[in-house]
Design a protein around this ligand. Sequence first.
Ligand code: ADP
Length: 612
Amino acid sequence: MRLPFLPIRIKIMVSVLFVVTAVVSVITFTMANLFHEDKRAYINDLASIVTLNTAQECHALLVGYRERLQAYARIIDRQELPQEEKAALLKGLFEDFPALVAVSQYKDGLEVATAVDERALAEAGLAKEAIEEQRRGDPLPFDRIQAGDVFVENSTLTPKLPTLTLAIRDVSASGAGSTTISAIVRLDDLLAITRRSGVFDISVTDSSGQLLAHPEVGRVAGKETIALRPEVVALDARHSAGITLEYLRNGARTIGGFAPVGFGGLFAVAEIPKAAAYLASRDLLNRLLLVALGLLLASAVAGLVWSRRITRPMEILSRATGEVAKGRFDIQVQVKSQDEIGTLASSFNHMASELKDRESALHEAQAQLVQSEKLAAVGQLGAGIAHEVKNPLAGILGCAQLSLRDAPQGTLLAKNLQLIEKETKRCKMIIENLLKFARQEKTILEPTDINRVVEDAIAIVLHQLELNQVKVLKDLAPGLPQIRGNANQLQQVFMNLMINAQHAMEGGAGTVTLSTLPSGQDRVEVRVTDTGPGIPEEIQKRIFEPFFTTKPTGKGTGLGLSVSYGIVKDHGGEIRSESPPGKGATFVITLPVLTDAVNHQAPDLPAVINLT
Ligand code: ADP
């Protein structure tokens, strides 16, 4: 399957996001998990501590109640005690035990005496009969109350006076049956214990799960029951420290600690809804997720910025490559990075400037080709005309010379004939030049010493140049390799250049310097430099054209340089002019040296180079 086109920077950003997401997810979930585990252990511990504390406090409170009643039972059971003293004792019990609402004494299951705090009942809007009525409707289960045992139950009649009934049975000291003391006690102290925690919902139940104490008195008065699971009921009051359970309470998951109070089968319960218990850990998870999201966002932005930094130079390079493909080779890329892209950019720049150089070389070669074609065309035309004109001209010259012999000296006829002879000779010379230019004869090249050719050429024109105050200097490099050349033709080239230099100086004093030097490994260079006015820039391109001359009619033919150009080309060389303004003219001729490997060509490189 092919992926759709995506810019590199998007790919880098996606990779960064992928890595960051993986790392952040692992960290987030590990941290959340650890925190959750820690929190769970903490909540469980806390639930069991709160439950155990509650159980201990309840135990201490109820044991205190029981001891008071036991002490009272022993005294009241004494037969020898007069009735008035018993009444005084009972009164003292109410003073000593302010939570006491009513107390009854039973002998072998039969009520013997009852004392009631009527004021407390009245404050709660109850009459003494209400208690009797309740006891009748719900008699004490004497068969279940064993000797030394306690019986506890919720005996609340109104929310205004929440109470519990505490019954103890004591075998009579006199041995005459058993005495049961039943007390109705206010629940205020027990309720206070259940109100201590602001986090846990604490309650105290009897063995059947009926609420005995709970911060909401209404629930106690309503005698609500909470279901105790079998593992709670099975808790051994003496050995078990309690358990923590997780269960559903009114449809909500709840964590609850249960511990036996160790008194009358009561249980202390501390509950907390799971949602509330894990509020902090959920909050932490939410924060972690937020941080993770922030991190992802930040890394997306950072990824984009970073990838843009990486891909920007590539985009520049890609655009530049497009420009090069369109033929703009003068383009250069500015990439400052020191990495592989920087290297690529400098290679690109190198390639572009190389292409530029080659393109200008190509243009020059094309121009030279055009020039050569032009010269060839003119050469053919000129050769044709010269051939036709050469013979009649020879006739005219012969006739003029013959007639001159017979013409009397100093006459007009003689003068005219001399003029005809002179001008015909000039025409002959032009025609000879034209024929040389067309070069229908084949140039024979042979090993030639270029310094020798230069010296011969100087020797021929030296006299003429010196007559015109032009000095000829030479600076010839010794030991130059031989060239393949035609000495006569090359001599003519150097003579043309020296005579042109002399003409350029227009009778003024000056120098012409001829120098030879090696050029590269397989060429020699001849430079002809003069101190004349130089060649104006606007005509530099035209001087090698045939018949181009700036000299007045009759003085120049415009063939000297074009003939020289043709000769040099025939030698496989180059001729060019250099004429910086005000510095005279220099003609540079480069010629290939004689070598065994002239025709040897290096094998082409393969078009595709495999880099392994
Ligand atoms: P001709 O000498 O007959 O004019 P050439 O082909 O030899 O023809 O020269 C062409 C033109 O090149 C000259 O007319 C002249 O303007 C220019 N020229 C050649 N050599 C020089 C030089 N050394 N200094 C200045 N101009 C030159």
